[in-house]
Write a protein that binds this ligand. Structure first.
Ligand SMILES: NC(=O)c1ccc[n+]([C@@H]2O[C@H](COP(=O)([O-])OP(=O)(O)OC[C@H]3O[C@@H](n4cnc5c(N)ncnc54)[C@H](O)[C@@H]3O)[C@@H](O)[C@H]2O)c1
Length: 342
C-alpha cells in the first residue's frame, strides 16, 4: 500500500505515519513545514527503523502535487494538511479558506487527474456546530460551526460529497476527530506547537516545564459537572490507529463508493478541572492556574457517540486518561522546546 500523507510532519500526521509504517505501508509525506519540523519524520524513521519519502511542498501548488502522483504509485491519500487555530481563523479567515478549502480542492483535482480515488480526510467534531445535541452521532445534519476554521471542515466535507456524486469511483472517508492529546509512548514524538499553544494540554505541559507562568481556564460557570468545559479527549496513538483502521475498511470494502463519516472519540466528556487534576497526579506537582472569562465560541460540552467506528472499523479509543497525561509529560519533559532545540 502506497500512502500519500499531506501534513504528515505535524502532530497527528507524524503519529499516523508511525502507525502506517508499523502496518507495512510505504509512506510519502508532503508538507510545507509551516507548523512542523522535519525532525518529527526523522524520529519516526528512527523509532520504526523504516524510511519515509519526504517532499517539502504546498497543497495549493498543483504542479508539485501532480509531480508527486506521477512519480509515486499512490493508492490512498490521508489529508491532514490544514491551518487549525480556531481563534486565529476569525482574525485571518481568508488564509484559512485559502489553505484549507482551496488546498483541498487542488489536492482532489490532482487525485482526479491521476485517477487516485481513496481519500481519508481530517475532519472535526466542530462540524456538528451548536445546533446538535450531545453525544454527536454521524446521522446528524452538519451544523453551523462557530469559527471560520470549522466552516472550512464543513466545506471540505461538502466538496467530498459533491466529488463522490460526480465520480462513481471516489471513495472518501471523513474522520471527525474529537480532542487528541498525548504523545507516542517513547516520548520521542509529540505535539510541538509553534508560538503560544491553542490547546489545553500543550499549554498545561508548557506551564509544567516552566515555559509559561500559569494556565488560564476560560470560564468556570458553564452548565457542566464542575462549571468548566467538557471535551472528549482521546490518545493521539488511538487516533493514529483510527486512520489505519479506516484504510483497512476501504481495502476490505472494495465495492464501496461515496463518502462515509466516522466519529473518532472515546464517548466520554472530561472537564478542564479533571484534566488539571489528572495531570497533577501524573506529574506529582501542582499546576498554577487562574480562572479567566469565557472565550468566545467555546461550547460548554461535547463528546462522541463512537459506536459506528467501534462496529464498522473495529476500532476503539482504548488508552486511559492517565496514559494520555503520562505520555504527554514524558514527551514534554524530555523535549521542553519540542523539536526546536534539535
Ligand atoms: N489537533 C486537533 O485537536 C485536531 C482536531 C480535529 C481536527 N484536526 C485536524 O487534523 C489535521 C492535523 O492536525 P494537527 O493537530 O496534526 O496539526 P499540525 O499543525 O500539527 O499539522 C498540520 C500539518 O499540515 C502542514 N500544512 C499546513 N498547511 C499546509 C499546506 N498548505 N501545504 C502543505 N502542508 C501544510 C503543517 O506544516 C503541519 O505539518 C488538521 O487538518 C486539523 O484541522 C486537528
Amino acid at each position: 500500500m502506497n500512502v500519500l500523507v499531506t501534513g504528515g510532519a505535524g502532530y497527528i500526521g507524524s503519529h499516523t505515519v508511525l502507525s502506517l509504517l508499523e502496518n507495512n505501508c510505504n509512506v510519502v509525506v508532503f508538507d510545507n513545514l509551516f507548523n512542523s519540523s522535519i525532525e518529527s519524520i526523522k524520529r519516526v524513521e528512527s523509532l520504526t527503523g523504516k524510511s519515509v519519502t519526504f517532499i517539502e511542498g504546498d497543497i495549493r501548488n498543483k504542479h508539485q502535487l501532480s509531480n508527486v502522483f506521477s512519480s509515486h504509485n499512490i493508492d490512498t491519500v490521508i489529508h491532514f494538511a490544514a491551518l487549525k487555530a480556531v481563534g486565529e481563523s476569525a482574525q485571518i479567515p481568508l488564509e484559512y479558506y485559502q489553505n484549507n478549502v482551496h488546498g483541498s480542492v487542488c489536492l482532489l483535482e490532482a487525485m482526479a487527474e491521476h485517477k487516485v480515488n481513496n481519500f481519508i480526510f481530517s475532519s472535526s467534531a466542530t462540524v456538528y456546530g451548536e445546533e446538535n445535541e450531545v453525544p454527536y452521532v454521524e446521522t446528524m445534519k452538519l451544523g453551523t460551526p462557530s469559527s471560520p476554521y470549522g466552516a472550512t471542515k464543513v466545506m471540505v466535507e461538502r466538496i467530498m460529497a459533491d466529488t463522490a456524486a460526480s465520480n462513481p469511483h471516489f471513495r472518501g472517508v471523513s474522520l471527525r476527530y474529537f480532542n487528541p492529546i498525548g504523545a507516542h509512548e517513547s516520548g520521542k514524538i509529540g505535539e510541538s506547537p509553534k508560538g503560544i499553544p491553542n490547546n489545553l494540554l500543550p499549554y498545561v505541559a508548557q506551564v509544567m516545564v516552566g515555559k509559561r507562568e500559569k494556565l488560564s481556564i476560560f470560564g468556570s460557570d458553564y452548565p457542566t459537572k464542575d462549571g468548566t468545559c467538557e471535551r472528549d479527549y482521546l490518545h493521539v496513538m488511538d487516533l493514529a490507529e483510527g486512520h489505519v483502521a479506516a484504510m483497512k475498511w476501504l481495502n476490505d470494502n472494495q465495492d464501496f463508493a461515496g463518502v462515509e463519516s466516522f466519529n473518532l472519540g472515546t464517548g466520554n466528556g472530561v472537564s478542564v478541572f479533571e484534566i488539571v487534576t489528572a495531570f497533577e497526579q501524573a506529574v506529582d506537582k501542582k499546576i498554577p492556574y487562574e480562572v479567566s472569562p469565557r472565550r468566545a465560541g467555546d461550547l460548554p460540552a461535547f463528546w462522541a457517540n463512537a459506536t459506528k467506528a467501534n462496529d464498522a472499523l473495529n476500532w476503539q479509543a482504548n488508552r486511559s486518561l492517565d496514559q494520555m497525561m503520562v505520555d504527554t509529560w514524558r514527551w514534554q519533559s524530555a523535549n521542553p522546546n519540542g523539536y526546536d532545540e534539535d
